[in-house]
Design a binder for this molecule. Structure first.
Ligand SMILES: CC(C)(COP(=O)(O)OP(=O)(O)OC[C@H]1O[C@@H](n2cnc3c(N)ncnc32)[C@H](O)[C@@H]1OP(=O)(O)O)[C@@H](O)C(=O)NCCC(=O)NCCS
Length: 155
């Protein structure tokens, strides 16, 4: 068993010109890459085994991150099932001069712990401690039900 804070991740990046489109705002794929990396590190810290991305849902971009912005990517374990866990990821854009911060993006990643042959193995149970962690845990259970139904339909 592990607490949420034992595996929580906060990554910091800065947006370089090569990460942006002709409007000077970041490519969605770059944000998704950072989110996937933050979520994977969180999964590794929680399980201390290899983990793979099984699915990503409710990925949204609320705010266009610009060249030169400082970007914080936060990831934490919301819920653990048997061999899978939901990791919530939030992205914030910070203006380097004013310090103003905007919530730019968020998504729910499902990661599966695997052995050396890529076979799913049990994940340690997560212990939600704070009010927010307990709320995220409850909400993640509901999302898991929907996800499992969607998986059934698509396979
Ligand atoms: C993820 C993977 C290990 C699942 O293997 P599997 O043989 O389908 O295993 P199972 O059906 O036993 O599912 C294992 C767990 O994954 C979950 N899972 C599998 N596919 C899922 C999906 N699309 N969305 C959410 N959860 C999923 C299952 O619910 C189960 O969780 P639980 O044990 O906590 O209930 C396998 O599909 C895989 O290796 N995929 C490729 C992963 C990868 O390369 N990712 C990089 C991104 S391109």
């Amino acid at each position: 068993m592990k607490t949420v804070k034992e595996s929580a991740v906060e990554m910091t990046e800065i947006v370089m010109p090569q990460d942006t489109n002709t409007l000077g705002t970041i490519f969605g794929g770059k944000v998704m890459q950072w989110m996937d990396i933050a979520a994977a590190i969180c999964g590794f810290r929680h399980c201390r085994t290899a983990v793979v991305t099984a699915s990503v849902d409710t990925l949204s971009f609320h705010y266009a991150i610009k060249t030169g912005n400082i970007v914080s990517i936060k990831a934490s374990v919301n819920y653990t099932a048997n061999t899978s866990m939901e990791i919530g990821v939030c992205v914030y854009a910070e203006d380097p001069l004013s310090g103003e911060k905007k919530h730019a993006s968020s998504a729910y990643f499902t990661f599966v712990a695997v052995d050396g042959k890529g076979r799913p193995i049990a994940v340690p149970k997560v212990i939600p401690e704070t009010k927010d962690e307990k709320r995220r845990y409850r909400e993640a259970q509901e999302r898991r039900k929907i996800r499992l139904q969607m998986r059934k339909k698509s396979t």
